[in-house]
Design a protein around this ligand. Structure first.
Ligand code: SAH
Length: 405
């Protein structure tokens, strides 16, 4: 049974004080409807998307090919409103973390991880998280609210802009390098690469608990007129909200990552409490359904390596039996510690042994390279600033509080 929250609607509403419509809130069909409401032709929506996402333009006044009166009407009522940056930190390894404002008392985080062949942005979907996974520092903060679509997609928009600006300011960037990395597809210039080539919903929050807004954001990420990312470059990570995985299969085509973390229900229920509601067998059924629904979909299982808890060779063999014969990939994540945690990271040899047990049984297994540790930007270290609004506690313990939409 799904726990429903009476106050869902209030959680969904944008931060107070925002009177203007945020254009970042709308996937294409909704933007077309909005534009029509303002008396514009539907094709204006495509022009707007082109300005906002392809050219990274946030000022309506600068969108010069929009008819003047329409532009004026739009500028009166709407704006491009990404989250406000509170703080930026840069790691020794090039990873960057931004703290963003949800409202004056609340913050959430996004992280950019540059690699040779890609730039991955790890984005948040909620302020805090209600799922209470025992090894995750976001869980310790509690849950405050869902992010709006504009706040979710605004992270990608903002990161592209910030990184383009940083590239221009970099030492050695002469006048010729003043061109932002944000694609400029107009004016006959070749499209340059955007900084963000991959997006992962692995920041703060449980994306499937903010289903409607996360799906809308995914649509903008995938839309040819939006960020135009391929479905393999957008990954949604979930702790295992089974009904929402089935719904996701119907709605949008992205790569799925599932936080498995244990090969048996007893241990998984301890690490990922939502397992008490949706045990492993049920979760795996949903994953195979997601895979079957359309060709080219993929599922990756995430498995955090906790010293002496879930990292024995016997547990690896049990995990291999669970996934045998399925087109599944396992990503082992060395545990990232945070203040107050009772866990420690498995030693490197133990992680390698675990991986080899899986590979030896025909599975694809990789070890995630930890990035941004010196600025607390690694998996599970994002904490933001959260005032816990969860009040539902079951059996003295905060329990999977799912916002069903
Ligand atoms: N709510 C989503 C996204 C969470 S973050 C989910 O549960 O999948 C992405 C991954 O980091 C998840 O697999 C999560 O379990 C893992 N993670 C959380 N805390 C961690 C930590 N301290 N060290 C390493 N990985 C962690």
């Amino acid at each position: 049974m799904q726990t429903r929250l009476a106050q869902t609607e209030t959680m969904q509403s944008p931060p107070s004080g925002a009177e203007r419509t945020n254009l970042l809130d709308f996937p294409r069909p909704e933007l077309e409807a909005y534009v029509t409401e303002l008396g514009g032709k539907p094709f204006r929506a495509r022009q707007l998307l082109n300005w906002v996402y392809k050219r990274g333009e946030g000022r309506i006044a600068c969108m010069t090919d929009l008819a003047k009166d329409f532009r004026a009407r739009l500028a009166e009522r709407a704006e491009v409103r990404p989250p406000r940056i509170v703080e930026v930190q840069q790691s020794r390894d090039g990873t960057r973390k931004w703290k963003l404002e949800a409202d004056p008392a609340q913050a959430f985080e996004m992280v950019y991880i540059p690699e040779d062949d890609r730039g991955t942005l790890c984005i948040s979907s909620q302020v805090g998280c209600a799922l209470d996974c025992s090894f995750c520092s976001t869980a310790q903060q509690g849950f405050n609210r869902n992010l709006t679509t504009g706040e979710i997609i605004g992270q990608v928009w903002l990161a592209n802009r910030e990184l383009a600006a940083a590239a221009c300011e970099a030492p050695g960037a002469g006048a010729g390098a003043a061109q932002p990395i944000v694609s400029r597809l107009d004016g006959g210039r070749p499209a340059t690469e955007r900084a963000v080539t991959n997006v992962v919903f692995m920041g703060m929050g449980e994306p499937l608990a903010n289903f409607r807004n996360v799906v809308a954001a995914c649509r903008i990420l995938l839309d040819d007129y939006g960020f135009d990312l391929s479905r393999r470059r957008v990954t949604l990570s979930t702790s295992g909200l089974v009904p929402q995985i089935y719904r996701l299969a119907e709605e949008v085509n992205v790569a799925l990552a599932v936080s498995l973390h244990a090969p048996d229900d007893e241990l998984r229920s301890e690490l990922v409490p939502i397992n008490r509601k949706h045990p492993i067998a049920e979760l795996l059924e949903a994953c195979w359904h997601y895979l079957d629904e359309r060709n080219g979909r993929s599922v990756t299982f995430e498995y955090v390596m906790l010293d002496g808890v879930n990292d024995s060779p016997a547990q690896a063999r049990r995990l291999a039996r669970l996934l045998a014969g399925r087109p599944a990939k396992i990503n082992l994540i060395p545990f990232n510690p945070f203040p107050g945690t009772r866990y420690t990271r498995s030693p490197a040899e133990r992680i390698v042994r675990f991986r080899d047990e899986l590979i030896g049984r025909g599975l694809i297994a990789t070890i995630r390279r930890t990035r941004g540790e010196d600025i607390d930007a690694a998996c599970g270290q994002l904490a933001g600033r959260v005032i816990d609004r969860t009040t539902v506690r079951l059996g003295g313990r905060k329990m999977s509080l799912i916002v069903e939409r």
